[in-house]
Design a protein around this ligand. Structure first.
Ligand SMILES: Nc1ncnc2c1ncn2[C@@H]1O[C@H](COP(=O)(O)OP(=O)(O)O)[C@@H](O)[C@H]1O
Ligand SMILES: [Mg+2]
Length: 255
């Protein structure tokens, strides 16, 4: 076992508060899922106070695991940790190459995944600064991203996939407005917009900006149309009358 790994675990053990009984379970998961370099990154972030204790796994996705943690001050934070060994870095490379901000990235697996996490962080910063309801970005080091936790007492708010909005018309309009502001003010396209990536507080919060790309991406129009198509599909299924995606597209573009 690498020395860094041991140091990390002993540090985590020391911080383990009595009231969080599940902690050691969480750390065991982390130690088995992540390579030692990721654990070292977590250790750096713990030293910066970004994370203090890890609370539990919130989600195990295709590329990343999301944990609920507490920061040094006791606030909930979400840790999105991209797995180095099981991420589809070839796909990531393809998507990054279309984004003018990341044209020059290296082809090495680790570097691609770091760029992927860093792009998601930058996307969140841009969307957040544009005033869109997204998790506040906190920090990013290598493959680990820290952001505001959108939930209560360590449980994330439900996805729009799991609960139907009470006022569909209003929700549709809010989400369309969000897509428009992301495009116009943040100059981004979410590119993975769907009911899976909207949390309801019950106000909508857009998450998962890992696919979001600059509007200068040559695929921009296609990606925007797909996002709007998903928006329309979801609300039509609820029985809402909506404009056609292509009409929404023109409105976003201001043409
Ligand atoms: N900032 C956050 N606060 C609370 N829960 C979150 C946050 N980000 C993600 N989650 C939870 O993790 C799940 C997966 O996150 P997401 O960013 O969509 O990752 P993936 O790339 O795996 O789809 C979400 O559906 C949500 O339940
Ligand atoms: Mg997602």
């Amino acid at each position: 076992m690498p020395a860094d790994f041991e140091a990390l675990l002993s540090k985590l053990e020391r911080r383990k508060p009595e009231r969080l009984k599940k902690d050691s379970e969480t750390y065991k998961i982390m130690a088995s899922v992540f390579d030692s370099s990721t654990l070292l990154t977590l250790y750096h972030m713990i030293n910066r106070g970004v994370f203090d204790i890890f609370y539990g796994v919130v989600s195990t996705g295709k590329e990343a695991n999301i944990f609920c943690a507490l920061d040094k001050r006791g606030n909930y934070v979400a840790a999105k940790i991209y797995r180095i060994s099981t991420s589809n870095f070839r796909n990531m490379y393809r998507y990054l190459a279309g984004d003018p901000r990341f044209r020059r990235i290296q082809r090495e697996r680790r570097q691609i995944i770091y760029s992927w996490a860093s792009r998601e962080f930058k996307n969140l910063q841009r969307a957040y600064e544009a005033g869109v309801a997204v998790p506040r970005p906190i920090d990013c080091e290598k493959n680990v991203l820290a952001m505001e936790f959108i939930g209560e007492e360590g449980a994330p708010y439900p996805r729009m996939k799991d609960v139907s909005p009470r006022a569909p018309r209003r929700m549709f309009e809010k989400l369309f407005e969000a897509i428009k502001v992301i495009y116009r003010r943040a100059e981004l396209i979410h590119a993975d917009f769907s009911e899976y990536n909207v949390l309801l507080t019950p106000e909508p919060v857009l998450i998962d900006f890992s696919m979001a790309t600059d509007i200068a991406n040559p695929m921009c129009d296609e990606l925007l149309m797909r996002d709007l198509g998903n928006l329309v599909r979801y609300f039509r299924k609820l029985g809402l009358k909506t404009p056609e995606p292509v009409e929404l597209f023109s409105e976003v573009k201001g043409k």
